[in-house]
Design a protein around this ligand. Structure first.
Ligand SMILES: O=C(O)c1ccc[n+]([C@@H]2O[C@H](COP(=O)([O-])O)[C@@H](O)[C@H]2O)c1
Ligand SMILES: Cc1cc2nc[nH]c2cc1C
Length: 365
């Protein structure tokens, strides 16, 4: 379909759609859920953050008793020009190899998706090594890799638009399938360098405050990675006050696609469960572009990558789990998903004090 006769706002060209505000949350449903929580047969607050999850989801789904039975996982994969600078413990061809492993069911996210009953799709945004066609893999290659962010912008404005649009298109597919919760995962050797640079750029922090070992860099590698990120921040300094320009200069195709997906989720009213370090950097970019986007996000877990804490603080949210995970792929979000489902089931299925004939807490005189 040509852009001129398309009804898809993302196909109209440009990235202005990203700056439109998020959908409003339903404060009446939120109040009703808070009230219901207060009537369930437990001391008030005794289910801790499981109560908060049900209340947030009630506000997002616009009903007193929300439900998240159907999750959708989009894994966005791409290679990074900066990998040539020796900033990862693994070789670049692992990106393509892991896409194939995800398709054949051997990756952590493959097992998790199957076990939580989620639909999963793999989106290849461009890898240096070839990826054999497979029904689960969507070929959306933008380029074999981004350019080296230490030497110039990682991607062109047109490539940024394509990547953001791929994220929005994934959310369209999730919604069409009836998904109630969206998970973005990623795979890309070198992408902790891009995510660290992007987050540092957006937060105005030096690399030293955010950089970490990623897949397991040694001390010398970490020193190299930190210096490279600082050099990239200095090179692109004038661009960093504009989140779209920061994303183009320092991001990756999969990071931009995740940002586009989070924005589309927020604008179209689909709750997103954000995974680890790279996903959170994309979520931060999404929040800077789209007013209100943070309302539609839950943070699944605290990544072991040290810079995650700074991003989490900027997002103003608390991760649900802290399992020392640092895999990516959407794995932490998939691991947290059953908790969301349980939180909704408790909220919907527990008896109230009145229903069960249980005496309520004595009122203070
Ligand atoms: O999401 C995280 O918390 C996370 C933390 C560290 C590494 N990763 C994964 O490891 C890869 C990037 O690591 P690196 O060292 O190559 O930059 C990429 O495929 C990510 O999915 C993911
Ligand atoms: C093997 C491997 C699997 C991954 N999954 C996400 N990032 C990864 C990085 C490596 C190296």
């Amino acid at each position: 379909m040509s852009p001129s006769n398309s009804t898809d706002p993302h196909a109209a060209g440009g990235i202005d759609w990203c700056r439109a505000p998020a959908a409003a949350v339903d404060l009446n449903a939120r109040e009703a859920a808070i009230s219901r929580q207060g009537n369930l047969t437990k001391p008030p607050g005794a289910l801790g953050r499981l109560e908060d999850i049900a209340i947030q989801l009630a506000a997002l789904q616009g009903r007193e008793t929300p439900g998240v039975d159907r999750a959708w996982i989009s894994v966005f994969a791409a290679d990074h020009g900066v990998a040539a600078a020796g900033v990862s413990a693994f070789p670049q061809e692992v990106t393509a190899q892991m896409i194939a492993n995800m398709a054949t069911g051997g990756a952590a996210i493959s097992v998790l998706a199957k076990r939580i009953g989620a639909e999963i799709e793999l989106i290849d945004l461009g890898t240096v090594a070839p990826v054999a066609p497979h029904p689960m893999i969507r070929d959306a290659a933008i380029a074999p890799a981004t350019a080296n962010l230490a030497e110039g912008p990682a991607m062109s404005p047109v490539q940024l638009e394509q990547a953001l649009g791929e994220g929005a298109a994934a959310v369209e597919r999730a919604r069409a399938s009836g998904a109630e919760l969206y998970i973005a995962g990623e795979m890309g050797i070198g992408n902790t360098t891009a995510a660290t640079a992007l987050a540092a750029g957006l937060l105005g922090r030096p690399a030293a405050e955010l950089v970490g070992p990623g897949t397991g860099l040694d001390h010398a590698g970490l020193t190299r990675k930190r210096a490279l990120i600082d050099a990239a921040l200095a090179r692109h300094a004038e661009q960093l006050s504009d989140p779209a320009a920061a994303l183009a200069c320092l991001g990756g195709f999969e990071i931009a696609a995740m940002a586009g997906a989070y924005i589309a989720c927020a604008q179209q009213g689909l709750p997103a469960l954000v995974d680890g370090f790279i996903s959170s950097a994309a979520a931060l970019a999404a929040c800077r572009l789209c007013p209100g986007a943070a309302d539609w996000m839950l943070l699944a877990h605290a990544s072991a990558e040290p810079g995650h804490q700074a991003i989490v603080a900027a997002l103003g949210k608390q991760p649900l789990l802290d399992l020392g995970m640092r895999l990516g792929e959407g794995s932490g979000a998939a691991a947290a998903f059953p908790l969301l489902r349980l939180a909704c089931q408790l909220h919907a299925e527990m008896a109230t004090f009145a229903e069960a004939g249980v005496a309520e807490k004595a009122r203070e005189a």
